[in-house]
Design a protein around this ligand. Structure first.
Ligand code: MRU
Length: 365
């Protein structure tokens, strides 16, 4: 998508430098910084410190990490080591393991002298595929938004609430939850987006920055405002992303998503999840019991980061000194709270039959 008139992906390969470039998202929305990733440690740091974040982007980054590993030493032993090193960076989003598995499984079938080139080609393929998947999620979600828009008076916007950042920054391009929004906006359908701030990391600020850059009307709200807005008929639909969706359709996403789903059900607001197929974990059924939830640093809760009036990025403490902070980063929304899953192959029910119906080729594990 565009930043100040220039088209960017959230990561790209620089042929001249033979290195991956990322947007260091820790500084957004205040500062747009590009960083080169050179070593395997750089790759791990970028994921752990959330310079890159969002399930699909973590997966694509890991694929380039495997390409670097293959260029240094293409042996099976070294690829296994790189797999393990990158796999432990973040535990919840399944795209990370999906990408690592896909790379390793492909490379070990090749002679060692072909692996470096093949690994880079595969990383490019994974990145390009992600863009295509998200574009199709957008086209499928657009039809849902169009239907809601037809029930409205001329010029009245479709009001969509979203949580976290499931935008182009969280993927390679387009985003998952934002792709239907961008497609609808580009098709001339009036849209207004309620953007949850998404404490503690405030990924909502990234979403607001993206939407603002694309000209989509939006309002930045506290995480606690959604229920109130739904109760007062001010939300037509919710669309969120997902970090891991189980084979029966339970959805693990940024902490607070579950509360939005409960509020949506209580207020009869449709709750949709934008789901790229690499985010489905076919090995898991009960998301609440089986998905590992990342516990992040207390400091993310006890402190907030923002821009001072002097234009500097700064952190301040909001809780009393010595008060412990708890920071589970994700929660699970059970499938019965999900109205539909918007995938690259179409929209389906959040049920085993729904997912297997759209992905018969992938569901046989
Ligand atoms: O901790 P983050 O910022 O990596 O979490 C991101 C999310 O929870 C997104 O909603 C999810 O990855 C879907 S992204 C298309």
């Amino acid at each position: 998508m565009k930043v100040n008139g220039t088209h960017y992906r959230s990561l790209w390969w620089d042929e001249d430098k033979a290195a991956l470039q990322i947007i260091d998202q820790r500084w957004l929305p205040h500062d747009f910084r590009i960083q080169q990733v050179d070593t395997l440690q750089d790759y791990a740091d970028a994921i752990v410190e959330m310079r890159v974040r969002g399930a699909p982007l973590i997966g694509a980054t890991a694929a380039y990490g495997m390409a670097l590993a293959a260029s240094i030493d293409p042996s099976n032993a070294h690829l296994d080591k790189a797999w393990e090193f990158l796999d432990k960076t973040r535990p919840t989003a399944i795209n990370l393991r999906w990408a690592l598995n896909r790379c390793r499984a492909h490379l070990v079938t090749l002679p060692e002298d072909q692996r470096a080139a093949a690994a880079l080609a595969l990383a490019h393929e994974i990145a390009d595929e992600d863009v295509e998947i998200n574009r199709n999620i957008g086209l499928n979600g657009l039809e849902i938004i169009r239907k809601i828009a037809t029930g409205k008076k001329d010029g009245e916007p479709v009001r969509i609430l979203t949580h976290c950042n499931a935008g182009w920054l969280a993927t390679v391009d387009w985003g998952t939850a934002t792709s239907p929004i961008y497609h609808a906006h580009d098709a001339g359908i009036p849209i207004h987006v309620w953007v949850d701030e998404t404490r503690p990391r405030n990924q909502g600020a990234l979403t607001a920055w993206e939407l603002g850059s694309h000209g989509v009307p939006h309002t930045y709200i506290t995480d606690n405002a959604g229920g109130h807005l739904m109760q007062h008929g001010l939300v037509d639909m919710v669309i969120v992303g997902t970090d891991r969706t189980t084979r029966r359709g339970d959805v693990c996403n940024k902490i607070g998503t579950y509360l939005k789903a409960l509020a949506a059900q209580a207020n009869k607001v449709p709750f949709y999840v934008a789901l790229p197929s690499p985010t489905i974990d076919w090995t898991v059924s009960d998301g609440v019991k089986e998905i590992p939830i990342e516990e992040r640093s207390q400091r993310e809760v006890t402190h907030v980061q923002g821009l001072t009036e002097a234009g500097e990025i700064s952190q301040v403490q909001v809780s009393p000194h010595g008060t412990p902070g708890g920071n589970p980063a994700f929660d699970v929304t059970p499938n019965h709270l999900v109205t539909g899953l918007i995938t690259e192959r179409g929209v389906c029910a959040a049920t085993p039959e729904g997912l297997e119906g759209l992905f018969p080729d992938l569901s046989r594990i």
